[in-house]
Design a binder for this molecule. Structure first.
Ligand code: ASP
Length: 440
């Protein structure tokens, strides 16, 4: 059994958190062999992540103003951890170098990456493991794209030599050697890349929640965690706004069929959520999760005998394409068609799009709805269950919520419901209650 373990920023924000991480690793030291740390995150509400401090400090340096004080604050964050862990480690030389490179304008990617780099050095010292700089094993191409194959080759050869190692998350290097980071939250991707390279049996992603929750805890109080979710279900939920894991993090492990286990550093006995390719294990509540987003608009088109006019849909969509607007859903009737788009993206081009539609299809009627929200009810079990849609609609009717759109994907993995922005939260609560609360 070989595991790659990634720890998020809040799991490494202080010496106490480092100690929890240490116990988690030592509890299964023979398995938990490759460790990916994030930069120190928030220690309490209102605190600032080290990554944000670094971006800010670097910006000050670029302006040519004195950035020593800001750098000192960052150094103290690390020193606090080193002291708390009673390590015999000095980061003085590292900070001298960082200071020098900030002054020379080494770039904001370099600046941000130091958060994980320094935390990696501390982690390696604390655990007594080999430290491997991610710049030596994670590669990007000339145009800044992640170079998956080169990375996989070099990383697996390098890691073969070590039973245990610490590889900082979030960054790698460009062909010339300059540092490049992934997008924010990118240490999740590094963990996944390392798991693929060592052909791990499991990628454990340790954070501060006990796994993925059925829905957003800001909308429903203490939603239940999801025990098992497939990659596809997770993608659907993530696309609609649920966030536990970086979107890109599933791809490297998915190629190798390695499951991801989301775990809670503050509650290590909780089993968390398993993210798998496929499973015959049914969801406990028929549905797996509910997520949604506000801020959509719908363009409604009516024209007599629309259905018999070959090419009608293509002509309408070409107008959106020409204006660089992607659409989300296209529910249609015999003589009607609606196009759902992101309102913010659409607003600037609104008049051009309407004029374009008039020009290409000459509709009888054209109007718009704005301030709509889309809710995705996702579940692999819906396919073989009768009445799921019926229960959703009944729940919304009882909650006095008007449904503006319904779309069931052909995979039957999700049902998308459009409601007014103002009904968004109530709709999610009603759906959660009918599937989950009644069973608790
Ligand atoms: N430290 C980086 C961030 O705050 C990357 C990460 O934590 O995954 O985005």
């Amino acid at each position: 059994m070989k595991k790659v373990v990634k720890f998020g920023g809040s799991s490494l924000a202080s010496a106490e958190q480092f100690q929890k991480v240490g116990s988690i690793i030592h509890a299964e030291e023979a398995f938990r062999r490759y460790v990916i740390p994030s930069a120190p995150g928030k220690r309490f509400g209102g605190d600032t992540k080290v990554t944000d401090l670094l971006y800010d400090c670097y910006e000050t340096a670029v302006k040519g103003t004195d950035f020593d004080k800001k750098l000192q604050v960052i150094k103290e964050r690390y020193q606090e951890i080193i002291n708390g862990l009673q390590l015999d480690l000095s980061l003085d030389d590292e900070f001298d170098k960082i200071r020098e490179l900030f002054a020379q304008g080494a770039g904001s990617n370099y600046a941000a990456s130091r958060g994980e780099y320094l935390n990696g050095i501390i982690m390696a010292e604390y655990l007594g493991y080999e430290f491997i700089d991610a710049a030596e094993v994670i590669f990007f191409t000339e145009n800044g794209e992640f170079d998956a194959e080169k990375t996989n080759r070099m990383l697996s050869t390098r890691l073969e030599k070590y039973d245990h190692a610490v590889i900082p998350g979030f960054y790698g290097s460009l062909p010339g050697g300059a540092i490049k980071t992934f997008s924010r939250g990118g240490s999740d991707i590094t963990g996944s890349i390392v798991a693929r390279a060592v052909k791990a049996d499991l990628y454990e992603n340790w954070t501060d929640v006990s796994g993925c929750l059925v829905t957003d805890p800001r909308i429903v109080k203490d939603p239940v965690p999801i025990e098992v979710i497939t990659y596809r279900e997770l993608r659907e939920l993530a696309y609609m706004g649920a966030s536990v894991l970086h979107d890109e993090a599933i791809f490297p492990v998915r190629r190798e069929g390695i499951p991801i286990n989301i775990r809670n550093t503050n509650d290590p006995s909780a089993p968390g959520t398993m993210i798998v390719e496929s499973t015959c294990k049914k969801s406990d509540y028929t549905i797996t999760g509910i997520a949604g987003k506000k801020g959509f608009a719908a363009i409604n088109i009516e024209k007599d005998r629309m259905n018999s006019e070959v090419g009608f849909g293509r002509k309408v969509l070409s107008v959106f394409e020409e204006n660089g607007i992607s659409f989300e859903h296209i529910p249609s009737g015999i003589d009607t068609m609606s196009i759902f788009v992101h309102q913010s993206e659409f607003e600037e081009k609104e008049q051009k799009v309407l004029a374009g539609i008039r020009r290409v299809v000459d509709p009888d009627y054209l109007d718009m709805d704005s301030d709509l929200a889309l809710i995705a009810v996702v579940g692999r079990g819906m396919r073989s269950m009768r009445g799921t849609a019926g229960r959703i609609f009944a729940a919304l009717a009882h909650a006095n919520i008007n449904i503006r759109m319904i779309d069931q994907g052909s995979s039957e993995l999700n049902i998308i419901i459009g409601v007014s922005n103002s009904d968004f939260e109530a709709a999610i609560r009603a759906i959660y209650d009918i599937f989950v609360k009644v069973r608790l």
